[in-house]
Design a protein around this ligand. Structure first.
Ligand SMILES: [Zn+2]
Length: 465
C-alpha cells in the first residue's frame, strides 16, 4: 500500500473517532448501560431517565408482539458502569403477570442473591420497582435464578464418568444443539426387575426451578449410601434435563426461537396415537422416540413420566401437581379412577417427604380435558391409560411455603430428594394411601392472597397453553 493511501486511512479513522466521540475521555465511559446480549438474557424496551433511573419493559418471546401477555414473564439483564454512591431505581413494566415477586441479582453470575422485600415495591399498575444501591460497577439482574445451557453442560461434567451415569445425545434441537439424556441406574443389575421412570424439564425455557430439582434428585441417587444403591438397582431413570435448549439460550419464556410451544406439540394421530402427526419439532420427537423405544424394547415399560415446570403465582403458593380425572363418585371410568388414585398416592408420598404443608392441596376433581389436548400427558393417556402415571409438577418462584424467606436453589434441590424418595415409597408395596394427608383444594388456610380469584392456579395459559 502506498503512503498516500495510508495517510487517507489515518485521516478517515481520525474522523470516525471524532464523530463518535470515542476520544472524549472519561465522562461518556462512565455512562450506565443496560444490555441483554448474553446467554438467556432478555429485556424489551429500555428507557433511561438518568444513570440511576431506568424504565424497562419485558420482551415478548422472539419479540413477537402477537403473543399473549401471559408469555411475558422472564427478564435477565446486565448493567455496567453503575453509579455506586447512590441508589439505582429500576421500574419493570409490561409483565403479563400481576404477582409481586423478588428478583435476584449477582455481581459474578455465580452467586445469586434475592432482593429484600424492602427494596422491591409494586405500584397500582403491577409494575415492579427495585431501588438499591449497588456497590459494584457491574450487576446482573433476573426474574428468577438463571440456569443456562452452559450451566447444564458444566453440571453434566460433574457427573460424567460416574459408573451409574450414561449421558447421551439422542438428537439435536432445531438450531442443532445437543438434547442431552441422562440415564441413571446400576448397570450390573439386570433391567428385567427394574422400574423405568422418565422425566423431562425446561420445555418452557425460563422455568429454571426444575433444573435445580434435577440436580437434587441425581445427587441423592449418586450419594453412595445403601439407600442410593437400592434405588440404582431397582430403577432406571431417564432424564431429559433441557428440552427447549434453543429457547433457553435465546432468553425466551415459553417457546422456541420459532415460537413453538413444545408443551402443546404432542399432536398424536387419533387412529394410531403412538404416532405424532404434522411437522413435529425435533425437541419433541427426541423424547417421543425415546418413550416409544422404552415401551417396546422388551425391558420393563415406563410406569411413570414426570413433566417438570414452574408456575407464575402468588408468592405463597407452594409447588403443586396437576393430577387428572377424579374419584368414582364423580362418574369417572374405572381406568380413569385408577390413574387418579395412583396420582394421589404418589402426591401423598411426595408430601410425606417434602412436608404436607409444603405442597398445594390437590383439587377435588382433576378434570379430563387434558385427554383431548396435545400435552405429553395426553399422549401417554391415549396410548397407555392408567399403566403410566404421567403428570406435571409445577414448582413456584416465591416464598413457596418457606415464608417469611423466599425459595433458594437448595430448596429446589431438596424437592428433587423428596421426589426420588416418593418414587421409591410409591413403588414399595406399602405406599402412603391416597388423600390421607391432603386437604381439599380451595382451603387457603392462613395465607393471605392478594389475588384469591386467581387461586387455585389452574388457568389454561398458566398451565400449558
Ligand atoms: Zn411450564
Amino acid at each position: 500500500m502506498d503512503m498516500k493511501w495510508k495517510i487517507w486511512i489515518v485521516l478517515l479513522l481520525f474522523a470516525v473517532v471524532s464523530l463518535t466521540g470515542c476520544g472524549d475521555g472519561t465522562q461518556e465511559k462512565s455512562t450506565t448501560t443496560v444490555s441483554d446480549f448474553f446467554e438467556s438474557g432478555s429485556i424489551g424496551n429500555i428507557s433511561k431517565i438518568a444513570d440511576t433511573e431506568w424504565e424497562l419493559s419485558l420482551a415478548d418471546d422472539n419479540n413477537d408482539s402477537a403473543l399473549p401477555a401471559s408469555w411475558r414473564s422472564w427478564w435477565y439483564i446486565r448493567m455496567d458502569n453503575l453509579v455506586q454512591d447512590a441508589p439505582t431505581k429500576i421500574t419493570l413494566k409490561n409483565s403479563g403477570w400481576p404477582y409481586y415477586y423478588l428478583p435476584v441479582y449477582s455481581f459474578d453470575q455465580k452467586e445469586w442473591l434475592r432482593f429484600a422485600e424492602s427494596e422491591v415495591n409494586q405500584n397500582a399498575n403491577n409494575e415492579l420497582i427495585i431501588t438499591k444501591q449497588f456497590n459494584h460497577g457491574t450487576v446482573w439482574l433476573a426474574r428468577f435464578y438463571p440456569y443456562t445451557f452452559t450451566d447444564l453442560e458444566n453440571y453434566l461434567k460433574t457427573i460424567q464418568g460416574n459408573s451409574f451415569v450414561v449421558i447421551s445425545i439422542p438428537g439435536n434441537s432445531g438450531e442443532g444443539r445437543p438434547l442431552y439424556l441422562i440415564k441413571i441406574t446400576d448397570p450390573n443389575v439386570p433391567v428385567s426387575g427394574k422400574k423405568r421412570i422418565i422425566l423431562h424439564a425446561r420445555t418452557h425455557p425460563a422455568e429454571t426451578s426444575p433444573s435445580f430439582l434435577i440436580e437434587g434428585l441425581i445427587a441423592r441417587l449418586l450419594s453412595g449410601t445403601g439407600e442410593a444403591a437400592d434405588l440404582l438397582s431397582g430403577y432406571e431413570f431417564y432424564i431429559f434435563p433441557m428440552q427447549n435448549v434453543d429457547g433457553v439460550i435465546t432468553g425466551n419464556y415459553r417457546s422456541t426461537p420459532k415460537t413453538e410451544n413444545l408443551e402443546m406439540s404432542w399432536t398424536f394421530d387419533a387412529s394410531n396415537p403412538l404416532n405424532l402427526t404434522g411437522t413435529v419439532s425435533q425437541e419433541v420427537s427426541v423424547i417421543h422416540d425415546c418413550a416409544i423405544k422404552l415401551m417396546s424394547d422388551g425391558g420393563p415399560p415406563v410406569s411413570m413420566a414426570l413433566n417438570l415446570h414452574a408456575s407464575n403465582s402468588e408468592p405463597d403458593i407452594r409447588p403443586f401437581f396437576y393430577p387428572h380425572f377424579g374419584p368414582v363418585s364423580l362418574g369417572y371410568s374405572p381406568e380413569q379412577v385408577s390413574l387418579w388414585e395412583k396420582q394421589l398416592s404418589f402426591i401423598s408420598n411426595v408430601a410425606a417427604h417434602h412436608g404436607v404443608d409444603m405442597i398445594e392441596p390437590v383439587p377435588a376433581d382433576g378434570g379430563g380435558s387434558f385427554a383431548t389436548k396435545t400435552y405429553p400427558e395426553s399422549w401417554w393417556w391415549a396410548n397407555y391409560q392408567d399403566r403410566v402415571l404421567a403428570m406435571t409438577l409445577e414448582m413456584t418462584y416465591g416464598r413457596a411455603g418457606y415464608s417469611p424467606r423466599w425459595i433458594v436453589p437448595d430448596d429446589m434441590r431438596d424437592m428433587g430428594t423428596s421426589l426420588v424418595l416418593a418414587i421409591r415409597d410409591y413403588y414399595s408395596g406399602s405406599p402412603k394411601p391416597a388423600k390421607t394427608t391432603l386437604k381439599p383444594m380451595g382451603s387457603i388456610e392462613n395465607r393471605i392472597l392478594k389475588y384469591p380469584h386467581l387461586y387455585p392456579p389452574k388457568a389454561a395459559d398458566e398451565m400449558k397453553e
